[in-house]
Design a protein around this ligand. Sequence first.
Ligand code: ARG
Length: 458
Amino acid sequence: MWGGRFAEGPAAVMREINASLPFDKRLWQQDIAGSKAHVAMLATQKIVTEADAAAIREGLDTIAGEYRTQGVPIDLALEDIHMATEGRLAELIGAPAGRLHTARSRNDQVATDFKLWVRDAIDAVDAGLAAFQAALVTRAGEHAASVMPGFTHLQVAQPVTLGHHLMAYYEMVSRDRSRFADARARLNLSPLGSAALAGTGFPIDRDMTAQALGFDGPTRNSLDSVSDRDFALDYLMAATQLSLHLSRLAEEFIIWASQPYNFVKLPDSYSTGSSIMPQKRNPDAAELVRGHAGRIAGCMTALVMTMKGLPLAYSKDMQDDKPPVFEAHDLLALSIAAMTGMVESCDFVAPRLRQAAEAGFSTATDLADWLVRVADIPFREAHHITGTAVKLAEREGLALDKLPIDALKAIDERIDERVYAALSVDASVASRASFGGTAPDQVRARIAEARAALGLEE
Ligand code: ARG
């Protein structure tokens, strides 16, 4: 299609390094939609005749049907999806096919196609995340008052509720959805009509094509339009951030499912067995979600490096924009679906979670707080008294609330029987009723807000 000035055809290696059709065939729907919007505008502006436009439109519909039922045929000589479709159009309708590319370049064409693809990808991710959040709030609702150890440094710190812990992930995913929504709003201007780099001399109507493709309007600088891949990077950066969140939950599931923890039983449907150790149930899905985060971040890095230092406007390096976005999107979709499935169908072992919360002197802070509140002891001194009590409990092999009152009084005579009411894990979580705290009533209030935001029933 560009052979006019060439005496020789490309070398086989040139053909291979140049071709993007093997991967950009994924843009076929967006490419046909873009071409249909373009040709409708060309006809309205009388740049092509109605008859030619009708033939082109019909041909494009035929091609869409072929692609849908038979897939996109791969002929490396055709280079990319844009030329493959135009070539097929020429086979189908002859000469009028040559008028489709009037007032257009593959540079604005691919930018338009890819934006449309990323926009659809964002919508798919958002739908997946809404389902993931629904799973989180549902399980959190079941466990709003289920006590478990809260950790810092992976050391037992203070009791929290499992509902509170799960809702932490709801919050992370809310930020992820907001990042994807930002990316979507920012990308939604149409590059079509920017042509190769400088705009076009034909009397095109860019508002018309923008509107037909669901964009908010046309982009404002043709050089930027054909060289901008911010939208792909925005997607990859939001995807990376999300994959980090998914990897943290995956990691917790892996740890929690390990026998010494036994906090959760992952469903059989998301586990695998071992070929030599019959007792094994491996959390492979969670491990792969953890692993995929690395690959998704790698895709993001790949495109960052591709774009670094590129002079304006289009350079062929930019053809390498698509594989990392496609790869990251496929990995992300699988990761979201797998985590949603695990959250929906795992069994949390509530008695074991409670037992673990009761071990490790998780209510030591509550003893110190009680000494401050009831006995009016300065916090630093209360901290020291509590440390002595923990040391004694450890030596005696007792939980804090099982230490006899005489032993506590021997440590500090200002302690009395009322302290026991503060030392249970239930009293501990119930007391943390500050906004956003782990008290079951607080957790239930956050769950109710989340359910309303997701449009779920009370
Ligand atoms: N396949 C190309 C890409 O994805 C389309 C743009 C080609 N433009 C050009 N001037 N060679 O980047």
